[in-house]
Design a protein around this ligand. Structure first.
Ligand code: HEM
Length: 248
């Protein structure tokens, strides 16, 4: 029994740690991807390095995502199945927020596969898929806050804030230098980015950063059973912020 609980604890730490590392790597990959765009990348040598770092950060993110998904399914504490990791919104556990993670994962897989096969597919198709990176990142970020346990832990908030700030700066750079001859497209991109940013910050303050999020996030009531008032916060205690079949 003790060994089972310890194993479960280890898997739970693995899920949380690998999720955070994957988010950081996705952020690094996004920033490098934006930086490698030709007009900002300087001499060919530098561009080569940035391109390789971008590629390696993306591949490493996939490895950590594999660990993240496998540990959360194998853990067994929360009812998450393999299919839930790829088919959005079918999970019994925090369905909306886990579903966003599944969608982000699908996009990451599509981005990486089309990039590995880049020379074999039309450039337009590759580019179209690559644009979905701008959707993938906010989905992953919101998933992390909505599903995760640690959104109210100080250093995790710092990591989240740094990732968000890095994305905002990179996007501002991208929008500032892009669409030179199309000011209306630039205005639309700025407005869309600002609206998404404000929506994420407002949602985070009203939702995951408040007490009682575990219940509101859609944690199955069986896992909430026996929760103390304090742990029902769901932010700094167990997976669900509660006691359940496996005490955490
Ligand atoms: C691009 C894809 C994804 C990224 C970047 C990502 C990242 C994250 C992050 C940052 C957290 C918060 C960890 C914490 O609070 O300490 C998290 C939580 C979680 N993620 Fe993901 N995730 C992704 C996809 C998925 C998928 C497809 C699944 C489905 C199996 C999943 C399952 C979970 C679970 C169960 C948690 C809660 C862990 C806990 O108890 O705190 N994630 N994820």
């Amino acid at each position: 029994m003790t060994a089972a609980v310890t194993d479960s604890q280890a898997l739970w730490y693995l899920t949380r740690g690998s999720g955070l590392v994957a988010l950081v790597l996705l952020t690094v990959s996004m920033v490098l991807g934006i930086a490698q765009l030709e007009r900002w990348s300087g001499p060919t040598g530098q561009r080569f390095v940035v391109t390789h770092l971008h590629r390696n950060a993306s591949l490493l993110a996939v490895v950590f995502l594999g660990v993240h998904v496998a540990s959360s399914v194998v853990d067994g504490f929360a009812p998450i199945r393999w299919l839930d990791a790829v088919v959005p919104w079918r999970s019994a556990y925090r369905p909306v927020w886990l579903g966003l993670g599944a969608l982000a994962l699908d996009l990451v897989v599509a981005l990486v596969l089309t990039s590995l096969l880049r020379v074999r597919i039309p450039h337009r198709a590759w580019r179209l898929v690559h644009w979905s990176a701008y959707l993938c990142w906010p989905l992953a970020f919101v998933h992390g806050l909505g599903t995760g346990t640690d959104g109210r832990v100080g250093w995790v908030q710092l990591v989240d804030a740094v990732c968000l700030a890095a994305m905002v700066l990179a996007l501002a750079w991208r929008i500032g230098a892009g669409w030179q001859r199309n000011p209306s497209a630039r205005t639309a991109a700025t407005a869309a980015a600002a609206a998404v940013l404000l929506a994420i910050v407002a949602w985070a303050y009203a939702g995951p950063l408040q007490a009682g999020w575990a219940r509101r996030a859609g944690t199955p009531s069986s896992l909430l059973t026996g929760a103390t008032a304090a742990s029902a916060d769901g932010a700094t205690t167990g997976t669900t912020g509660t006691t359940g079949t496996v005490p955490r």
